[in-house]
Write a protein of this length. Structure first.
Length: 133
């Protein structure tokens, strides 16, 4: 009888562990935090994967941010290749901002990207603004 109880407990633990792992694998890690959204934005932008930009953006985000014009794409890729997150995200409720350093021509700028939480997803929500370094 005791062996049967132990086997049931082991099976239950294995099932619970499997469910937790499956949930973690299926969760959308990209949209789970403002920082992960901006990290992904930088990566796909630097890679020139323009189709992957749109899902990172809220409907109110600027079109040129989420779907750069064909004429601007080469410059966009070049700039995103220089981009780095600076500091920690500032989060207040369902709004956040993430600072990013970018190089354009011979100057380095810091910009702040606004994000908004919509449902359970963080999304880029507005025009990045230049900030003082």
């Amino acid at each position: 009888m005791k062996l049967h109880s132990i086997a049931k407990k082991i099976i239950a633990r294995v099932v619970i562990t499997g469910v937790v792992l499956l949930m973690a694998a299926c969760s959308d890690g990209v949209h789970s935090s403002p920082k992960s959204v901006v990290e992904t934005f930088i990566k796909v932008g630097a890679d020139g994967n323009f189709d992957a930009l749109k899902p990172l953006c809220a409907s109110e985000a600027p079109e040129e941010l989420c779907n750069p014009d064909t004429d601007d794409r080469e410059e966009f890729v070049k700039i995103m290749g220089t981009a780095k997150i600076v500091g920690e995200p500032q989060i207040e409720g369902d709004k956040a901002s993430v600072k990013m350093s970018i190089k354009s021509e011979d100057q380095t700028l810091e910009v702040s990207f606004p994000l908004a939480k919509q449902g359970d997803k963080w999304l880029l929500s507005g025009e990045p603004e230049e900030v003082d370094s």
